[in-house]
Design a protein around this ligand. Structure first.
Ligand code: C2O
Ligand code: CU
Ligand code: CU
Length: 499
């Protein structure tokens, strides 16, 4: 199949009536009025069709450039330009996109615990925007939310001390009502945080060789190759789904690997889709979740990630030189990355039995319980504790240093008890997942480290142990929200300050 036909074959099953997103001047309010492209998505299963399962993988996986910043006066400066671009996802077909220092997505920002950093963002996308460090432990004024909006043409710097565990975080816009479209257009990238301990572990850590960043995003394309984003109540309610998967902005990706240990850093950077990743025919070792390593590696077949969640897995490819293995998404059944084991292992890495030591959970210290109910009150009415996001309202005030339990409940909708998946993300720091539906046994393997985002199936209730340790600001709030970006933009978000 020729590549152009390949696009056609993919688009053939796509939405007939949907709106192409034109980059400049068309974003935001002007994008209304599109018809939805209903491809028979069932209520509750999500609209937009399944990922296409590919039979051939012909594009080398793109690996984002990694940047360490420039040291000036004791501060590591990173210059990051948010810009318009044209991307060639399909040979000979140009797609209008956004990117950071490039046309689609952005560099992997390498940070080390103890560094003072200044992430200098320059907004040149033709619209207002923000840039948020997802999973970063930082002051609210450096968080990059609606309270730190950059007009087009302006700049903003997030300055802070890197003070958390080694982990994989990411950056993306957090612009009021526009997060979904700005992420969709390509603004985002990874942040690797290392510390002295993580650099010493014998884990694979050669970036792009045996330590691979993987950013997963599903997209719909129009016949002419634009991204399409159907603006409809269906999209708002069920979230955007695409049938073409981009991995680091690559369609049908393959990578070459050594016949040794391969570390994959999985980031679900999709607007709404949930994935269950696994390597066909292999058990993987799960080593990290959102905000830390797990204390001990766990063998498993699948790791389920809702939007914004991360996990790190190590796959053992030794002894299979000359063979191929596939990373798969078991929600859709689609292969998502072809791994060609073509080279001898050059480094003897291993997964140590103990990866880190987390703060022991001590419930005696808990002084407060807060409840957050995620509910749907009607078409487009996505609420937390019966309220829609208002940037002028502070919903919760948290005392610095207090141990609290945050109880989050995904309330089924209406009489029909419509099933809707949500997740819950908290800014400013991390939490521990204590229980799911009343039992700590239901806490999944990838939820056993420090986390910032947790998935809730319909009717699920989770208890989170929360503590905001360092920064207080009575005026500038942090956010909590559902990270299904259509839900977030529809108002399923609240604000809290730490005092
Ligand atoms: Cu990933 Cu409030 O953000
Ligand atoms: Cu965040
Ligand atoms: Cu939601």
């Amino acid at each position: 199949m020729k590549r152009r036909d390949f696009l056609k074959s993919l688009v053939g099953v796509s939405a007939v009536a949907s709106v192409a997103i034109y980059a400049k001047g068309m974003m935001g309010g002007m994008m209304g009025g599109g018809m939805m492209g209903n491809r028979g998505g069932m209520m509750g299963r999500g609209f937009g069709g399944e990922l296409k399962d590919l039979s051939s993988f012909f594009n080398p996986l793109k690996i984002p450039e990694q940047i360490y910043g420039t040291l000036k006066g004791g501060v590591h400066h990173f210059d990051l330009k948010m810009q318009l671009g044209m991307s060639e996802f399909f040979k000979g077909v140009e797609t209008q996109t956004y990117g950071v220092n490039g046309s689609y997505l952005g560099p992997t920002i390498r940070l080390k615990v103890g560094q003072k950093v200044s992430l200098n963002w320059h907004n040149r996308i033709g619209n207002e925007a923000t840039m948020h460090g997802h999973g970063m432990h930082l002051p609210a004024s450096a968080d990059g939310t609606v309270h730190q909006t950059m007009r087009d043409g302006s700049s903003w710097s997030a300055k802070y001390l890197v003070k958390q565990e080694a982990c994989t975080n990411w950056y993306h816009p957090h612009t009021m009502d526009k997060t979904a479209t700005q992420v969709l257009m390509g603004l985002g990238g990874m942040i690797y945080i290392d510390d002295a301990h993580s650099l010493e572990l014998p884990l694979p850590k050669r970036y792009g060789v045996d330590d691979i960043p993987l950013v997963f995003q599903d997209r719909q394309f129009t016949k002419s190759g634009y991204f399409s984003y159907p603006r409809s109540m269906m999209t708002t309610m069920h979230g955007y789904r695409g049938d073409v998967l981009l991995v680091n902005g690559t369609v049908a990706p393959y990578m070459e690997a050594e016949a040794g240990l391969l570390r994959l850093r999985l980031l679900n950077a999709s607007n709404s889709r949930v994935y269950s990743f696994g390597v066909d025919g292999k058990v993987v070792k799960l080593i990290a979740g959102d905000n830390s390593f797990l204390e001990r590696a766990v063998n498993l077949n699948r790791v389920t990630l809702s939007p914004a969640e991360r996990a790190e897995v190590v796959v053992d490819l030794s002894g299979i030189q000359g063979k191929k293995v596939y990373l798969k998404d078991y929600q859709s059944g689609a292969k998502v990355l072809e791994i060609r084991v073509t080279k001898k292992a050059k480094v003897a890495s291993k997964v140590p039995a103990v990866l880190t030591k987390l703060e022991p959970v001590n419930l005696k210290k808990v002084v407060k319980r807060r409840k957050f109910t995620l509910s749907v009150a009607g078409p487009g009415r996505l609420l937390i504790n019966s309220k829609s996001m208002n940037p002028k309202r502070i919903d919760e005030v948290v005392k610095k240093g207090d141990y609290e339990i945050w109880e989050v409940y995904n309330e089924p909708m209406g009489m029909g008890m419509m099933r809707m998946v949500h997740n819950f993300h908290m800014h400013g720091g991390h939490f521990r997942v204590l229980s799911r539906n009343g039992s700590s046994k239901n806490v999944r393997a990838w939820e056993r480290g420090y986390k910032d985002t947790v998935m809730l199936e319909p009717s699920d209730r989770v208890e989170l142990l929360v503590r905001h340790t360092d920064y207080s600001d009575a005026k500038v709030p942090y956010m909590y929200h559902c990270h299904i970006l259509e839900h977030e933009d529809a108002g399923m978000m609240g604000q809290f300050t730490v005092v």
